[in-house]
Design a protein around this ligand. Structure first.
Ligand code: NAD
Ligand code: DAU
Length: 354
Protein backbone atom coordinates (compact mmCIF):
# COMPACT_ATOMS: atom_id res chain seq x y z
CA UNK A 1 0.00 0.00 0.00
CA UNK A 2 0.99 3.61 -0.52
CA UNK A 3 -0.34 6.58 1.42
CA UNK A 4 -1.49 9.46 -0.78
CA UNK A 5 -2.30 12.73 0.97
CA UNK A 6 -4.58 15.20 -0.79
CA UNK A 7 -5.86 12.41 -3.04
CA UNK A 8 -9.32 13.97 -3.44
CA UNK A 9 -7.99 17.14 -5.07
CA UNK A 10 -7.37 17.79 -8.74
CA UNK A 11 -3.98 16.15 -9.26
CA UNK A 12 -4.28 13.75 -6.32
CA UNK A 13 -7.52 12.19 -7.59
CA UNK A 14 -6.10 11.85 -11.11
CA UNK A 15 -3.04 10.21 -9.54
CA UNK A 16 -5.10 7.74 -7.47
CA UNK A 17 -7.21 6.76 -10.50
CA UNK A 18 -4.14 6.34 -12.72
CA UNK A 19 -2.16 4.48 -10.04
CA UNK A 20 -4.89 1.92 -9.49
CA UNK A 21 -5.61 1.59 -13.22
CA UNK A 22 -1.89 0.96 -13.81
CA UNK A 23 -1.92 -1.87 -11.24
CA UNK A 24 0.15 0.07 -8.72
CA UNK A 25 -1.61 -1.56 -5.75
CA UNK A 26 -3.83 -0.28 -2.97
CA UNK A 27 -3.97 3.36 -1.92
CA UNK A 28 -4.68 4.84 1.49
CA UNK A 29 -6.03 8.29 0.68
CA UNK A 30 -5.79 10.86 3.49
CA UNK A 31 -7.57 14.10 2.63
CA UNK A 32 -9.07 16.83 4.78
CA UNK A 33 -11.75 17.54 2.16
CA UNK A 34 -11.36 21.29 2.06
CA UNK A 35 -13.42 23.10 -0.59
CA UNK A 36 -10.90 21.67 -3.13
CA UNK A 37 -11.36 18.04 -2.12
CA UNK A 38 -14.05 16.24 -4.08
CA UNK A 39 -14.65 12.54 -3.55
CA UNK A 40 -16.94 12.48 -6.57
CA UNK A 41 -13.71 12.45 -8.58
CA UNK A 42 -13.13 8.97 -7.15
CA UNK A 43 -16.66 7.70 -7.61
CA UNK A 44 -15.49 4.94 -9.93
CA UNK A 45 -13.54 3.46 -6.99
CA UNK A 46 -16.50 3.30 -4.65
CA UNK A 47 -16.60 -0.16 -3.05
CA UNK A 48 -13.18 -1.00 -4.49
CA UNK A 49 -10.96 -2.45 -1.75
CA UNK A 50 -7.89 -0.98 -3.46
CA UNK A 51 -8.95 2.52 -2.34
CA UNK A 52 -9.22 3.27 1.38
CA UNK A 53 -10.34 6.81 2.13
CA UNK A 54 -9.78 8.59 5.43
CA UNK A 55 -10.93 12.15 6.00
CA UNK A 56 -8.25 13.90 8.01
CA UNK A 57 -5.53 16.50 8.21
CA UNK A 58 -1.86 15.87 7.41
CA UNK A 59 -1.18 18.03 10.47
CA UNK A 60 -3.04 15.64 12.79
CA UNK A 61 -0.02 13.73 14.08
CA UNK A 62 -2.01 11.27 16.14
CA UNK A 63 -4.11 10.25 13.15
CA UNK A 64 -1.15 10.11 10.76
CA UNK A 65 0.89 8.05 13.24
CA UNK A 66 -1.96 5.58 13.67
CA UNK A 67 -2.52 5.26 9.93
CA UNK A 68 1.15 4.62 9.26
CA UNK A 69 1.35 2.01 12.02
CA UNK A 70 -1.83 0.26 10.88
CA UNK A 71 -1.31 0.28 7.11
CA UNK A 72 2.50 0.09 6.89
CA UNK A 73 2.76 1.93 3.56
CA UNK A 74 5.86 1.49 1.43
CA UNK A 75 5.66 5.13 0.33
CA UNK A 76 3.95 8.42 1.11
CA UNK A 77 3.08 10.77 -1.77
CA UNK A 78 2.24 14.22 -0.44
CA UNK A 79 -0.17 16.23 -2.60
CA UNK A 80 -2.05 17.82 0.31
CA UNK A 81 -1.85 21.60 0.13
CA UNK A 82 -3.69 24.82 -0.29
CA UNK A 83 -2.96 25.41 -3.96
CA UNK A 84 -4.60 28.59 -5.27
CA UNK A 85 -2.37 31.67 -5.53
CA UNK A 86 -5.28 34.16 -5.46
CA UNK A 87 -6.65 32.63 -2.25
CA UNK A 88 -3.17 32.86 -0.70
CA UNK A 89 -3.16 36.59 -1.41
CA UNK A 90 -6.52 37.10 0.29
CA UNK A 91 -5.99 34.71 3.22
CA UNK A 92 -2.45 33.35 3.64
CA UNK A 93 -3.01 31.75 7.06
CA UNK A 94 -4.31 28.38 5.88
CA UNK A 95 -1.40 28.14 3.43
CA UNK A 96 1.05 28.38 6.30
CA UNK A 97 -1.02 25.96 8.40
CA UNK A 98 -1.25 23.21 5.79
CA UNK A 99 1.70 23.73 3.48
CA UNK A 100 4.29 24.54 6.13
CA UNK A 101 3.08 23.30 9.53
CA UNK A 102 1.08 20.42 8.06
CA UNK A 103 4.03 19.20 5.99
CA UNK A 104 6.29 19.50 9.05
CA UNK A 105 3.92 17.40 11.16
CA UNK A 106 3.52 14.84 8.41
CA UNK A 107 7.31 14.62 8.11
CA UNK A 108 7.64 14.11 11.85
CA UNK A 109 5.27 11.15 11.82
CA UNK A 110 6.81 9.69 8.68
CA UNK A 111 10.26 10.00 10.22
CA UNK A 112 9.12 8.17 13.36
CA UNK A 113 7.48 5.42 11.27
CA UNK A 114 10.45 5.04 8.92
CA UNK A 115 12.91 4.95 11.84
CA UNK A 116 11.07 1.94 13.19
CA UNK A 117 11.23 0.00 9.91
CA UNK A 118 13.90 -2.60 9.29
CA UNK A 119 15.75 -4.19 6.38
CA UNK A 120 14.26 -3.89 2.92
CA UNK A 121 11.13 -2.10 4.20
CA UNK A 122 13.33 0.67 5.56
CA UNK A 123 15.64 0.78 2.59
CA UNK A 124 12.86 0.86 0.00
CA UNK A 125 10.59 3.37 1.75
CA UNK A 126 10.09 6.73 -0.02
CA UNK A 127 8.51 10.07 0.87
CA UNK A 128 7.64 11.90 -2.35
CA UNK A 129 6.80 15.58 -1.99
CA UNK A 130 4.80 17.13 -4.83
CA UNK A 131 5.86 20.73 -5.33
CA UNK A 132 5.70 23.51 -7.86
CA UNK A 133 7.82 25.54 -10.25
CA UNK A 134 6.56 28.71 -8.52
CA UNK A 135 9.20 28.30 -5.80
CA UNK A 136 11.81 29.50 -8.31
CA UNK A 137 10.12 32.89 -8.76
CA UNK A 138 9.55 34.74 -12.00
CA UNK A 139 11.55 34.73 -15.26
CA UNK A 140 11.97 37.49 -17.79
CA UNK A 141 11.44 36.72 -21.48
CA UNK A 142 15.12 36.01 -22.21
CA UNK A 143 15.92 33.92 -19.11
CA UNK A 144 16.62 30.20 -19.49
CA UNK A 145 13.99 27.83 -18.06
CA UNK A 146 14.18 26.76 -14.39
CA UNK A 147 16.58 23.93 -13.67
CA UNK A 148 16.89 22.09 -10.36
CA UNK A 149 19.86 24.40 -9.61
CA UNK A 150 17.83 27.63 -9.72
CA UNK A 151 17.71 29.43 -6.41
CA UNK A 152 14.39 29.73 -4.60
CA UNK A 153 12.74 33.14 -5.01
CA UNK A 154 9.05 32.64 -4.15
CA UNK A 155 6.86 35.70 -4.64
CA UNK A 156 3.38 34.80 -3.34
CA UNK A 157 2.29 33.49 0.05
CA UNK A 158 1.42 30.24 -1.77
CA UNK A 159 4.83 29.81 -3.37
CA UNK A 160 6.60 30.87 -0.17
CA UNK A 161 4.68 28.24 1.77
CA UNK A 162 5.55 25.58 -0.82
CA UNK A 163 9.19 26.70 -0.75
CA UNK A 164 9.22 26.31 3.03
CA UNK A 165 7.81 22.81 2.72
CA UNK A 166 10.43 21.89 0.12
CA UNK A 167 13.17 23.09 2.48
CA UNK A 168 11.77 20.98 5.31
CA UNK A 169 11.69 17.91 3.07
CA UNK A 170 15.28 18.55 2.04
CA UNK A 171 16.33 19.04 5.67
CA UNK A 172 14.70 15.77 6.78
CA UNK A 173 16.85 13.97 4.24
CA UNK A 174 20.08 15.73 5.12
CA UNK A 175 19.59 15.64 8.87
CA UNK A 176 17.75 12.38 9.48
CA UNK A 177 18.41 10.44 6.28
CA UNK A 178 14.69 10.22 5.44
CA UNK A 179 14.52 8.85 1.87
CA UNK A 180 12.78 11.76 0.17
CA UNK A 181 12.10 12.74 -3.44
CA UNK A 182 10.79 16.13 -4.55
CA UNK A 183 9.12 17.03 -7.84
CA UNK A 184 8.65 20.65 -8.95
CA UNK A 185 6.04 20.77 -11.66
CA UNK A 186 4.56 23.45 -13.91
CA UNK A 187 0.85 24.28 -14.40
CA UNK A 188 -1.34 21.23 -14.74
CA UNK A 189 -4.65 21.02 -16.56
CA UNK A 190 -7.15 18.26 -17.33
CA UNK A 191 -10.20 16.49 -15.84
CA UNK A 192 -11.44 17.32 -12.31
CA UNK A 193 -9.66 20.71 -12.23
CA UNK A 194 -11.50 22.97 -9.78
CA UNK A 195 -13.06 25.87 -11.72
CA UNK A 196 -11.19 28.58 -9.85
CA UNK A 197 -8.00 28.04 -11.90
CA UNK A 198 -7.47 29.59 -15.32
CA UNK A 199 -8.35 26.78 -17.73
CA UNK A 200 -11.45 25.30 -16.08
CA UNK A 201 -12.70 28.76 -15.09
CA UNK A 202 -12.54 29.94 -18.69
CA UNK A 203 -14.36 26.85 -19.95
CA UNK A 204 -17.19 27.02 -17.44
CA UNK A 205 -17.57 30.80 -17.64
CA UNK A 206 -17.64 30.69 -21.43
CA UNK A 207 -20.40 28.06 -21.44
CA UNK A 208 -22.36 30.04 -18.84
CA UNK A 209 -22.17 33.21 -20.97
CA UNK A 210 -20.09 34.97 -18.32
CA UNK A 211 -17.05 37.25 -18.77
CA UNK A 212 -13.65 35.55 -19.21
CA UNK A 213 -11.48 37.53 -16.75
CA UNK A 214 -7.91 37.94 -18.03
CA UNK A 215 -5.57 39.50 -15.47
CA UNK A 216 -3.50 42.52 -16.54
CA UNK A 217 -2.33 42.38 -20.15
CA UNK A 218 -2.73 38.59 -20.45
CA UNK A 219 0.90 38.22 -21.53
CA UNK A 220 2.03 36.25 -18.45
CA UNK A 221 3.55 32.96 -19.50
CA UNK A 222 3.05 29.57 -17.91
CA UNK A 223 4.26 26.11 -18.92
CA UNK A 224 1.30 23.72 -19.21
CA UNK A 225 1.37 19.98 -18.52
CA UNK A 226 -1.54 17.59 -18.96
CA UNK A 227 -2.33 16.11 -15.54
CA UNK A 228 -1.96 12.51 -16.73
CA UNK A 229 1.63 13.29 -17.69
CA UNK A 230 2.30 14.71 -14.23
CA UNK A 231 0.92 11.50 -12.72
CA UNK A 232 3.19 9.34 -14.89
CA UNK A 233 6.17 11.50 -13.90
CA UNK A 234 5.41 11.00 -10.21
CA UNK A 235 5.06 7.24 -10.70
CA UNK A 236 8.42 7.17 -12.47
CA UNK A 237 10.19 9.26 -9.82
CA UNK A 238 8.76 7.05 -7.09
CA UNK A 239 9.95 3.97 -8.93
CA UNK A 240 13.44 5.05 -9.94
CA UNK A 241 14.25 8.54 -8.63
CA UNK A 242 17.50 8.92 -6.73
CA UNK A 243 16.90 9.47 -3.03
CA UNK A 244 17.32 13.09 -1.96
CA UNK A 245 17.03 14.38 -5.52
CA UNK A 246 14.75 17.03 -6.98
CA UNK A 247 13.14 16.55 -10.40
CA UNK A 248 11.61 19.39 -12.42
CA UNK A 249 8.55 18.26 -14.37
CA UNK A 250 7.17 20.25 -17.30
CA UNK A 251 5.38 20.04 -20.60
CA UNK A 252 7.62 22.13 -22.87
CA UNK A 253 4.47 24.18 -23.53
CA UNK A 254 5.12 27.81 -22.70
CA UNK A 255 2.12 29.95 -23.59
CA UNK A 256 0.83 33.42 -22.71
CA UNK A 257 -2.46 33.37 -20.84
CA UNK A 258 -4.36 35.20 -23.55
CA UNK A 259 -3.38 32.52 -26.06
CA UNK A 260 -4.72 29.84 -23.71
CA UNK A 261 -8.03 31.67 -23.42
CA UNK A 262 -8.28 32.19 -27.18
CA UNK A 263 -7.52 28.51 -27.79
CA UNK A 264 -10.30 27.48 -25.40
CA UNK A 265 -12.72 29.88 -27.14
CA UNK A 266 -11.77 28.46 -30.54
CA UNK A 267 -12.36 24.87 -29.37
CA UNK A 268 -15.71 25.76 -27.86
CA UNK A 269 -16.67 27.58 -31.06
CA UNK A 270 -16.13 24.26 -32.88
CA UNK A 271 -17.48 21.83 -30.31
CA UNK A 272 -20.41 23.76 -28.83
CA UNK A 273 -21.05 26.96 -30.81
CA UNK A 274 -22.91 29.76 -29.10
CA UNK A 275 -26.59 29.97 -30.00
CA UNK A 276 -26.09 33.44 -31.53
CA UNK A 277 -23.21 32.22 -33.72
CA UNK A 278 -20.75 34.70 -32.17
CA UNK A 279 -17.35 33.55 -30.89
CA UNK A 280 -16.84 32.93 -27.18
CA UNK A 281 -13.80 35.21 -27.59
CA UNK A 282 -16.24 38.12 -27.39
CA UNK A 283 -16.60 37.29 -23.66
CA UNK A 284 -12.88 38.00 -22.96
CA UNK A 285 -12.60 40.83 -20.43
CA UNK A 286 -9.34 42.32 -19.19
CA UNK A 287 -9.46 42.84 -15.42
CA UNK A 288 -7.18 44.20 -12.68
CA UNK A 289 -3.91 42.30 -12.40
CA UNK A 290 -3.06 39.84 -9.61
CA UNK A 291 -0.85 41.59 -7.01
CA UNK A 292 2.79 40.55 -7.42
CA UNK A 293 1.86 38.52 -10.50
CA UNK A 294 4.79 36.39 -11.70
CA UNK A 295 5.49 37.16 -15.34
CA UNK A 296 6.87 33.90 -16.64
CA UNK A 297 7.50 30.32 -15.55
CA UNK A 298 9.35 27.81 -17.70
CA UNK A 299 10.61 24.35 -16.79
CA UNK A 300 13.74 22.67 -18.02
CA UNK A 301 12.68 19.03 -17.72
CA UNK A 302 15.85 17.49 -19.13
CA UNK A 303 16.99 15.90 -15.85
CA UNK A 304 13.93 13.67 -15.47
CA UNK A 305 14.16 12.77 -19.15
CA UNK A 306 17.88 12.00 -19.00
CA UNK A 307 17.90 10.10 -15.71
CA UNK A 308 14.50 8.46 -15.68
CA UNK A 309 13.45 8.42 -19.33
CA UNK A 310 10.23 10.35 -18.65
CA UNK A 311 8.71 12.59 -21.30
CA UNK A 312 5.19 14.03 -21.56
CA UNK A 313 2.89 12.13 -23.92
CA UNK A 314 0.39 14.90 -24.63
CA UNK A 315 1.04 18.00 -26.70
CA UNK A 316 -0.85 21.11 -25.67
CA UNK A 317 -3.15 20.69 -28.69
CA UNK A 318 -4.15 17.13 -27.77
CA UNK A 319 -4.38 17.82 -24.03
CA UNK A 320 -6.47 20.97 -24.24
CA UNK A 321 -8.89 19.37 -26.72
CA UNK A 322 -9.37 16.38 -24.38
CA UNK A 323 -9.86 18.75 -21.47
CA UNK A 324 -12.50 20.89 -23.18
CA UNK A 325 -14.28 17.72 -24.31
CA UNK A 326 -14.18 16.39 -20.72
CA UNK A 327 -15.83 19.55 -19.36
CA UNK A 328 -18.47 19.45 -22.09
CA UNK A 329 -19.26 15.85 -21.18
CA UNK A 330 -19.27 16.49 -17.41
CA UNK A 331 -21.63 19.42 -16.99
CA UNK A 332 -23.15 17.57 -14.03
CA UNK A 333 -19.77 17.54 -12.23
CA UNK A 334 -19.32 21.27 -12.86
CA UNK A 335 -22.85 21.99 -11.73
CA UNK A 336 -22.41 20.09 -8.45
CA UNK A 337 -19.09 21.81 -7.79
CA UNK A 338 -20.56 25.22 -8.43
CA UNK A 339 -23.68 24.64 -6.36
CA UNK A 340 -21.73 23.04 -3.52
CA UNK A 341 -23.78 19.85 -3.92
CA UNK A 342 -20.59 17.77 -4.19
CA UNK A 343 -20.10 18.31 -0.48
CA UNK A 344 -23.57 17.00 0.37
CA UNK A 345 -22.89 13.99 -1.81
CA UNK A 346 -19.73 13.30 0.16
CA UNK A 347 -21.63 13.45 3.44
CA UNK A 348 -24.19 10.89 2.34
CA UNK A 349 -22.01 8.56 0.29
CA UNK A 350 -18.95 8.47 2.49
CA UNK A 351 -20.36 8.84 5.98
CA UNK A 352 -19.04 5.42 6.96
CA UNK A 353 -15.66 5.78 5.27
CA UNK A 354 -14.77 8.98 7.09
P1 NAD B 1 -6.05 20.99 -5.04
O1 NAD B 1 -6.25 22.27 -4.31
O2 NAD B 1 -6.95 20.65 -6.17
O3 NAD B 1 -6.15 19.77 -4.02
C1 NAD B 1 -5.55 19.81 -2.75
C2 NAD B 1 -6.12 18.64 -1.94
O4 NAD B 1 -5.48 18.65 -0.66
C3 NAD B 1 -7.63 18.75 -1.69
O5 NAD B 1 -8.24 17.51 -1.89
C4 NAD B 1 -7.72 19.16 -0.22
O6 NAD B 1 -8.91 18.72 0.41
C5 NAD B 1 -6.48 18.50 0.35
N1 NAD B 1 -5.99 19.15 1.57
C6 NAD B 1 -5.83 20.49 1.78
N2 NAD B 1 -5.36 20.69 3.03
C7 NAD B 1 -5.20 19.47 3.60
C8 NAD B 1 -4.72 19.03 4.86
N3 NAD B 1 -4.34 19.90 5.80
N4 NAD B 1 -4.67 17.71 5.10
C9 NAD B 1 -5.09 16.82 4.15
N5 NAD B 1 -5.56 17.18 2.96
C10 NAD B 1 -5.60 18.49 2.67
O7 NAD B 1 -4.54 20.99 -5.49
P2 NAD B 1 -3.85 20.37 -6.79
O8 NAD B 1 -3.92 21.36 -7.88
O9 NAD B 1 -4.36 18.99 -7.00
O10 NAD B 1 -2.34 20.30 -6.29
C11 NAD B 1 -1.86 19.17 -5.57
C12 NAD B 1 -0.41 19.41 -5.19
O11 NAD B 1 0.37 19.64 -6.36
C13 NAD B 1 -0.20 20.63 -4.31
O12 NAD B 1 0.79 20.32 -3.37
C14 NAD B 1 0.28 21.71 -5.27
O13 NAD B 1 1.11 22.63 -4.62
C15 NAD B 1 1.06 20.87 -6.27
N6 NAD B 1 1.13 21.41 -7.63
C16 NAD B 1 -0.01 21.80 -8.29
C17 NAD B 1 0.07 22.24 -9.61
C18 NAD B 1 -1.14 22.65 -10.40
O14 NAD B 1 -1.00 23.16 -11.51
N7 NAD B 1 -2.36 22.44 -9.91
C19 NAD B 1 1.33 22.30 -10.24
C20 NAD B 1 2.47 21.91 -9.52
C21 NAD B 1 2.35 21.45 -8.23
O1 DAU C 1 3.00 26.73 -11.77
C1 DAU C 1 2.37 25.75 -10.98
C2 DAU C 1 1.22 26.37 -10.24
O2 DAU C 1 0.19 26.60 -11.20
C3 DAU C 1 0.71 25.53 -9.08
O3 DAU C 1 1.72 25.41 -8.12
C4 DAU C 1 -0.55 26.14 -8.47
O4 DAU C 1 -1.06 25.30 -7.46
C5 DAU C 1 -1.57 26.33 -9.56
O5 DAU C 1 -2.74 26.95 -9.04
C6 DAU C 1 -1.00 27.16 -10.70
O6 DAU C 1 -0.76 28.53 -10.29
P1 DAU C 1 -1.10 29.76 -11.27
O7 DAU C 1 -1.26 30.97 -10.46
O8 DAU C 1 -0.14 29.79 -12.42
O9 DAU C 1 -2.51 29.22 -11.84
P2 DAU C 1 -3.89 29.95 -12.13
O10 DAU C 1 -4.73 28.97 -12.91
O11 DAU C 1 -4.48 30.56 -10.92
O12 DAU C 1 -3.46 31.11 -13.12
C7 DAU C 1 -2.78 30.85 -14.34
C8 DAU C 1 -2.47 32.17 -14.97
O13 DAU C 1 -3.71 32.77 -15.41
C9 DAU C 1 -1.84 33.18 -14.04
O14 DAU C 1 -0.90 33.97 -14.76
C10 DAU C 1 -3.00 34.05 -13.57
C11 DAU C 1 -3.92 34.02 -14.77
N1 DAU C 1 -5.36 34.11 -14.48
C12 DAU C 1 -5.89 33.26 -13.57
C13 DAU C 1 -7.23 33.30 -13.27
C14 DAU C 1 -7.83 32.38 -12.25
C15 DAU C 1 -6.16 35.02 -15.17
O15 DAU C 1 -5.68 35.79 -16.02
N2 DAU C 1 -7.49 35.07 -14.88
C16 DAU C 1 -8.07 34.25 -13.94
O16 DAU C 1 -9.29 34.35 -13.70
Amino acid sequence: MILVSGGAGFIGSNFVLDWIAAGGGPVLNLDKLTYAGNLENLRSLQGDARHVFVQGDIGDQKLVGELLARHQPRAVVNFAAESHVDRSIHAPGTFIETNVVGTFRLLEEVRAYWSGLEGAAKQDFRFLHVSTDEVYGSLSAADPAFTEQNKYEPNSPYSASKAASDHLVRAYHHTYGLPVLTTNCSNNYGPYHFPEKLIPLMIVNALAGKPLPVYGDGQQIRDWLYVGDHCSAIRRVLQAGRVGEVYNVGGWNEKPNIEIVQTICGLLDQLQPRADGASYAGQITYVKDRPGHDRRYAIDARKIERELGWKPQETFDTGIRKTVQWYLAHGDWVQRVQSGAYREWIATQYAQAA
